[in-house]
Design a protein around this ligand. Structure first.
Ligand code: NAD
Length: 428
């Protein structure tokens, strides 16, 4: 376990949350890094800056409600901060720190010129009307405005935030600047400088790395059985693209239910049922099974694409998948990872598996700066190449040095980040 020495004073053992998963991953990789980089490793254990803000808004009934918001810059050695904004009732500062840390690693894994950042508001957005959500987004943006900017820190969508939320952030920031600044966020609507291919990019990236690992393990996508947790931005797109490539998506779990069809789910019918009823419960052509049963289903690819720590010491031993492709950030705890390694389950870590989103966010940012927009084919082609090349480098290093794919990815990323840190040196 980590020592208290590694925790900043504002985080205690009791509320360390997923930050301890991130710290353990850094501890695991630290001894494997080049000697010249060792003096800089501590940089990775400390977020560069963390902002906590009060977000007061007027509700539709006239009452004033306060929400807690955060924005964290974990590391900006390689470029401006980049990372999503999450709206969720359980968001904490330590969770946002962990997510920002993983963004530092992820951006370096795919070698886009960004540091790591993340933000969040502790709110259940389902309890807010659309005008309340807009007021919350605009006030949060105003509170963190000193942290963000197109060459400073560029937010994007994460859980419960979408293109509309990005449009409100972009508009609020632009009003303060007195000019339109499209490059301050990515994941925007197309009509505001968004990129073609961005909505599906994370799910497409999940599919590309699954295909790449499948090729190396003799596990082709056509005919493969796939189970997906989460049917949102990442999970829905991943499931759809797997199915288009000939896989059979046998189970989906979201917050409302777990649905299963051994012969393959009708994803279009699921989407329609979810839109109409707000739940997967009772969807046609499938049965509803227990939440825990989901983890025991025999399958080739298991894609967690919802929350952190979903695969843990309690269910890892029962998992019946050949490969886990982490669509979510931090879905597998270190304890679970050891159990899975003993069982021979291959885990493709989040920092490569879900990097498709930030890769196309990078394309969007470049397009906004140049005001020249690419075709969807061009974007998907470039995305595939970056993801496949980054995965190949991780696979080779893991084989050469006998490392897990996660540790290999961290070695590559931490070396890039710390090399930049070391060359820059300390100011003053
Ligand atoms: P989303 O809000 O669009 O969807 C989240 C999904 O998870 C929903 O289907 C929801 O029902 C489900 N869910 C929530 N709580 C659950 C629970 N307790 N059990 C089962 N399912 C539950 O969010 P998203 O953007 O798809 O993000 C999902 C994950 O992917 C997060 O970890 C996020 O950080 C990560 N991620 C997202 C992106 C992106 O581009 N959106 C990029 C990289 C990583």
């Amino acid at each position: 376990m980590f020592s208290d020495r590694k925790l900043p004073s504002y985080i205690s053992r009791e509320n360390v949350g997923p930050w301890h998963i991130y710290l353990e991953q850094v501890d695991r990789v630290a001894p494997l890094l080049d000697k010249a980089l060792q003096p800089w490793v501590e940089t990775l254990r400390r977020p560069k800056r963390s902002l906590i803000v009060d977000v007061p808004i007027r509700l539709d009934d006239g009452r004033i409600e306060h929400f807690e918001g955060y924005r964290v810059h974990h590391n900006t050695s390689r470029g401006p901060g980049k990372g999503g904004i999450r709206f969720h009732q359980d968001v904490t500062l330590s969770e946002v720190m962990a997510l920002a840390g993983w963004m530092t690693i992820k951006n370096a894994v795919v070698n886009v010129p960004f540091g790591g950042a993340k933000g969040g508001v502790r709110v259940d957005p389902r309890q807010l009307s659309q005008p309340e959500l807009e007021r919350l987004t605009r006030r949060y943006t105003s509170e963190i405005v000193s942290m963000i900017g197109p060459d400073k820190d560029i937010p994007a969508p994460d859980m419960n935030t979408n293109a509309q939320v990005m449009a409100w952030i972009m508009d609020t920031y632009s009003m303060g600047e007195g000019r339109t600044v499209t490059g301050v966020v990515t994941g925007k609507p197309i009509s505001l400088g968004g990129s073609l291919g961005r909505p599906d990019a994370t799910g497409r990236g999940v599919y590309v790395v699954a295909r790449e690992v499948g090729q190396r393990l003799g596990l082709p996508i056509p005919g493969a059985r796939v189970a997906v947790q989460g049917f949102g931005n990442v999970g829905e797109a991943a499931a759809r693209i797997f199915a288009e490539a000939g896989a059979s998506v046998i189970a989906i779990q979201d917050v409302s239910a777990t649905v299963y069809a051994p012969g393959g789910l009708d994803l279009a019918a699921l989407r329609q049922h979810l839109r109409a009823t707000g739940s997967l419960q009772g969807a046609p052509g499938c049965e509803t099974i227990g939440r825990e049963e989901f983890w025991r289903l025999p399958c080739d690819f298991l894609v967690p694409a919802a929350l952190e720590a979903q695969i843990n010491q309690f269910n890892a031993g029962e998992i019946n998948a050949r490969v886990i492709v982490e669509g979510a950030n931090g879905p597998t705890t270190p304890e679970a990872e050891s159990i899975l390694a003993d069982k021979g389950v291959v885990v493709v870590p989040d920092v490569i598996a879900n990097a498709g989103g930030v890769t196309v966010s990078y394309f969007e940012w470049v397009q906004d700066f140049s005001n020249f927009f690419w075709s969807e084919d061009e974007i998907n082609r470039r995305l595939e190449k970056i993801m496949a090349d980054a995965f190949a480098a991780i696979w080779v290093l893991a084989g050469e040095r006998g490392l897990s794919l996660r540790t290999a990815a961290f070695v590559i990323a931490c070396s890039r980040v710390l090399e930049a840190r070391a060359i820059r040196g300390l100011y003053p």
